[in-house]
Design a protein. Structure first.
Length: 288
């Protein structure tokens, strides 16, 4: 009969009439259970769209008939968590840093909380565990630009570094000796050679670079390159570099230095959070 689908001789199934390269497509219907599940999911999705926030609008989304909000649920969970830990958080908030460290329970709690806050806010720049990276100081050694005592770390966190929005921010500026024509190109070359030799532990004393260093750099970095934390001037007599110890990089920093910025976390984080991060950072390996 014309129009009757061909039946496959092997399986006994009718074909769809589609053929490609001698291969015929069998007309095998989906299992009924699969079809039922499919339509059940369609019905469920329609109900979900009306019951929960789902359809994006210009500035928001549909609220849903049930009034559910994942953000509200999160806030409820956070309130419950704060209430559960309120006694320890209040103790940290009202205690001095020395008192927190002296109390084993408070110190352990502050360490755990500080690690979480550090990962959320500090690790993108200072890396996990305070490992540091190019342009961002390592916090897991005993080399501190602004000092590594509890109070000094707290001050740095609270007010930031070169953070214009905080009146008490830590501030240090290295002159652009080349861009500002303080030193000539040849003098910068000489100072660069001396700084590189100073970092190697075998300074080229008696050279033009040593004289220029004493005149231009020693007031901040120290006559022996030991640095001055009160000024935020890092040591130059070791192989720990904020940017790079490569000669060209040292010369570029003398010619026109980079000045990094760290946000002031006071106002962004609560007092108890800043104290917890302080205790955690202090413990990373080089707290003074």
């Amino acid at each position: 009969m014309a129009g009757t689908p061909e039946k496959d001789a092997i399986t006994g199934q009718h074909t769809t009439g589609h053929e490609w390269d001698g291969i015929r497509e069998l007309n095998t219907p989906l299992p009924k259970w699969w079809v039922y599940v499919f339509w059940a999911t369609v019905i469920f999705s329609v109900g979900y769209v009306f019951a929960y926030p789902a359809i994006p609008l210009t500035n928001s989304a549909t609220g849903g008939l049930l009034g559910y909000s994942s953000r509200a649920e999160l806030e409820t969970d956070l309130v419950a968590a704060r209430a559960e830990h309120a006694d320890k958080l209040e103790a940290i908030k009202t205690s001095s840093l020395d008192e927190i460290v002296a109390d084993t329970n408070l110190r352990n709690y502050a360490m755990a909380g500080g690690q979480v806050v550090f990962k959320e806010n500090c690790a993108p720049c200072h890396q996990s565990g305070g490992a540091g990276q190019f342009g961002y100081p390592t916090l897991a050694d005993d080399e501190w630009i602004w000092g590594g005592t509890l109070d000094e770390i707290y001050t740095t966190l609270q007010h930031g570094i070169r953070w214009d929005q905080n009146a008490d921010t830590r501030l240090s500026e290295m002159p652009a000796f080349g861009a500002m024509d303080i030193l000539s190109d040849s003098e910068i070359d000489a100072v660069t050679d001396y700084v590189v030799s100073l970092a190697s532990g075998n300074p080229n004393e008696g050279t033009e670079g040593a004289t220029l260093y004493e005149e231009q750099c020693a007031a901040c970095h120290g006559f022996e390159g030991e640095g001055q934390q009160v000024l935020g001037a890092p040591p130059l007599n070791n192989q720990l570099w904020l940017y790079s110890g490569d000669r060209d990089a040292v010369e570029a920093q003398i010619y026109e230095p980079k000045h990094g910025v760290m946000p002031a976390w006071g106002g962004r984080l609560g007092e108890e959070e800043i104290k917890q991060v302080t205790v955690y950072v202090h413990s990373l390996g080089g707290g003074q």
